[in-house]
Design a protein around this ligand. Sequence first.
Ligand SMILES: Nc1ncnc2c1ncn2[C@@H]1O[C@H](COP(=O)(O)OP(=O)(O)OP(=O)(O)O)[C@@H](O)[C@H]1O
Ligand SMILES: [Mg+2]
Length: 54
Amino acid sequence: MAKLELENIYYRYKGADKDVLRDINCVFEGGKLNTIVEPSGSGKTTLLYIMAGL
Ligand SMILES: Nc1ncnc2c1ncn2[C@@H]1O[C@H](COP(=O)(O)OP(=O)(O)OP(=O)(O)O)[C@@H](O)[C@H]1O
Ligand SMILES: [Mg+2]
């Protein structure tokens, strides 16, 4: 089954003074339901954009 694996993901928006994402590591297994639960502004949407290759 396909899986999507994230390894050492860092991201900082242009002009920002700190990283939004720091050393993100996780595996999303095919056929399983995954949730990302973190407070507002923690970087969930940013991470999904990266996972989508946007
Ligand atoms: N285009 C952008 N340029 C600069 N900073 C951004 C941009 N988009 C988001 N940010 C900042 O990056 C951080 C993470 O934002 P993001 O939208 O990924 O969080 P989120 O976890 O999805 O929040 P929410 O739960 O409110 O949807 C926030 O500090 C936000 O202000
Ligand atoms: Mg969001």
